[in-house]
Design a protein around this ligand. Structure first.
Ligand code: ADE
Length: 272
């Protein structure tokens, strides 16, 4: 059975390194520069785990300034076969309620300022041009593990969610928020893209657990504030942590040989 290693990319308020047993911190560099934080390396129920804080340890890195390529490269280099990401997000629908957890399955990309591929054609990048399929952006097998883990923890959850990714750092206008609803978005966030795309480019099984912190700006007379987001994250951070702990244990019990092979093939076949 092939070995697994799980990378965790912790989002705002959901990046607690206490998650890991027997931890140490390592400082790594990549051809793309430094990742957002030191890598916290440890083990959970026999499964090796590596954690990165997406916005840096003190939430000092804005969504457009995150070095997504360095983060994914660092996790790839250290041998991660899986990435579990956590994301705070706004809700675009009444039935996605504050504190709900969502195992994302689709995104709509509205970002425009980010390095979004390892295959840019520049001399120091990976060779060739890669057109990575994005019909199912998230790893279905790892998504199923997160669904099982969230259900077994007993939290209110959604097995699917389509997230609109905005450039930020500002929140959306009411007009934008209503437009995202018309597009079929369920949620709105700032960091899933290009993270999920880069992971797929290098053949890592990536899945995300998102948490609703607010109703964005579509409700008349109401709009998201940082204060509200922070309050909800503070009150609910334990939920995401419990799901991650359960999911990592489940990942350690499964045989991922076929999935790992499939990911490698998908990445290789996408290069022209
Ligand atoms: N993260 C948390 N809430 C958000 C919102 N309403 N829009 C974008 N990103 C968010």
């Amino acid at each position: 059975m092939s070995k697994v290693k799980v990378g965790i990319i912790g989002g705002t308020g959901l990046d607690d390194p206490q998650l890991l047993l027997s931890k140490s911190e390592i400082d790594v560099d990549t051809p793309y520069g430094k990742p957002s934080s030191l890598l916290t390396v440890g083990e959970l129920n026999g499964v090796p785990v590596v954690l990165i804080s997406r916005h840096g340890k003190n939430h000092s890195i804005a969504p457009s300034q995150i070095n997504y390529r360095a983060n994914i490269w660092a996790l790839k280099e250290i041998g991660c076969t899986h990435i579990l990401a956590t994301n705070a997000c706004g809700s675009l629908k009444e039935n996605y309620k504050i504190g709900d957890l969502i195992i994302l399955d689709q995104f709509i990309d509205r970002t425009f300022k980010r390095e979004s591929t390892f295959y840019s054609g520049l001399p120091n990048d990976l060779p060739g041009v890669q057109h990575i399929p994005m019909g199912e952006p998230f790893c279905e097998y790892t998504r199923n593990v997160l669904i099982e883990a969230t259900k077994s923890c007993g939290f209110d959850m959604h097995e699917r969610g389509n997230i609109v990714i905005i450039e930020g750092p500002r929140f959306s206008t009411r007009a934008e928020s209503k437009m995202f609803q018309l597009w079929g978005g369920d949620l709105v966030g700032m960091t899933t893209v290009p993270e999920v795309c880069l992971a797929k480019e290098v053949g890592i099984s990536y899945s995300s657990i998102a948490m609703v912190t607010d109703y964005d700006a579509w409700r008349d007379g109401d709009h998201v504030t940082v204060e509200q987001v922070a309050k909800v994250l503070h009150e609910n951070a334990e939920k995401a942590k419990n799901v991650l702990l359960t999911a990592i244990t489940l990942i350690g019990k499964k045989n991922w040989d076929e999935v790992i092979e499939k990911n490698k093939l998908c990445s290789r076949m996408a290069v022209m």
